[in-house]
Design a protein around this ligand. Structure first.
Ligand code: AR6
Length: 230
C-alpha cells in the first residue's frame, strides 16, 4: 500500500497554534485546537490536553498488569479520581489484567462515567509481540466502552511514556487499531473518540498517523481537518 508523507505544515501549525494558546491561557481546555476526521458515523480526533480534565463517557488509562497504580497518566488518573478507583480495582480485579487487555471501573471524581484500564506492552525492541499487544489493548478498550454504552471515549498514548514504545510506531498502531475496530463495529454507538495527548512529539506522531489514515482511507472516512472544540 502506498503511503504518503504526512502534511507536516498542518502538523506544525497544530503544534504552534496549541503552544500559542497554552502560553496565553493554560487553563482553557475547551479552546484547544484539535485535528478531526470521521470514520463512518464516529468522529476521530486528537488534542493536546490533560486527559484527567477531558469530558468523555469513558477515559482510558495506561495501566500495568497489577492494576495497582503507578506514574504517568495512571498516577494522574488515580490522583484525580480519588481512592475509590483503587478500591474498586482491588475488589473486582484482584488478579490484575494481562498485557494487551483491559478492565473497566467507575470513574470516581473524574468528569467521566467509566475508566478503562488498558495494559499496553513495554517496548522490548519489537520482537516480543508488542505491535499485536498494543493493538489489542486499544481494541479491548473499545469493546468495553461499547458494552458500557459509552458515546465518547478518550485515549492517552498507551505505552508511549514509561513503557518506551517508539512514538511513530505506536501512533500508527493506535490509529490503525481504532479505524479497524470502527470498520468492524459500524453500529457500536460510540460517536466520538479522542486521543488526548501530552507532549509535542507525541502530538506530532499521532497527527502524522492521522494524516496517513486520511491518505489511505476509503470512502468510509472524511478528510482530516483542523477544528476547534467546544
Ligand atoms: N493526560 C494525557 N496524557 C498523559 C498524562 C495526562 N495527564 N500524563 C501522562 N500522559 P505513561 P505507559 C502521557 O508513562 O507508557 C505507569 O506507571 C505520557 O506523556 O503514563 O503505557 C503505569 O502504572 C505518554 O504519552 O504510560 C505503568 O506501569 C502517555 O501518557 C506504566 O506507567 C503514556 O505514558 C505504563 O506506561
Amino acid at each position: 500500500m502506498e503511503r504518503h508523507a504526512p502534511d507536516s505544515r498542518l502538523v506544525d501549525r497544530l503544534v504552534a497554534w496549541r503552544l500559542r494558546i497554552a502560553a496565553r491561557s493554560p487553563s482553557l481546555p475547551q479552546m484547544a485546537k484539535t485535528l478531526v476526521t470521521r470514520i463512518g458515523s464516529t468522529e476521530l480526533s486528537l488534542v493536546q490536553e490533560d486527559i484527567t480534565r477531558f469530558p468523555a463517557d469513558a477515559i482510558v488509562n495506561a495501566a500495568n498488569r497489577a492494576l495497582r497504580g503507578g506514574g504517568g497518566v495512571d498516577g494522574a488518573i488515580h490522583a484525580a479520581a480519588g481512592p475509590e478507583l483503587m478500591e474498586e480495582l482491588r475488589a473486582r480485579y484482584p488478579a490484575g489484567c494481562p498485557t494487551g487487555s483491559a478492565v473497566i471501573t467507575d470513574a470516581g471524581r473524574l468528569p467521566a462515567r467509566h475508566v478503562i484500564h488498558a495494559v499496553g506492552p513495554a517496548w522490548g525492541g519489537g520482537t516480543t509481540g508488542e505491535p499485536a499487544l498494543l493493538a489489542s489493548a486499544y481494541r479491548t478498550s473499545l469493546d468495553l466502552a461499547a458494552q458500557a454504552g459509552a458515546l465518547s471515549v478518550a485515549f492517552p498514548a498507551i505505552s508511549c511514556g514509561i513503557y518506551g514504545y517508539p512514538l511513530d510506531r505506536a501512533a500508527a498502531i493506535a490509529i490503525g487499531a481504532v479505524r479497524a475496530w470502527l470498520t468492524v463495529h459500524p453500529d457500536s454507538g460510540i460517536q466520538r473518540i479522542t486521543f488526548v495527548l501530552r507532549g509535542d512529539d507525541t502530538v506530532r506522531a499521532f497527527a502524522g498517523a492521522l494524516q496517513d489514515l486520511d491518505s489511505v482511507a476509503g470512502r468510509d472516512s472524511e478528510p482530516v481537518k483542523e477544528a476547534r472544540l467546544g
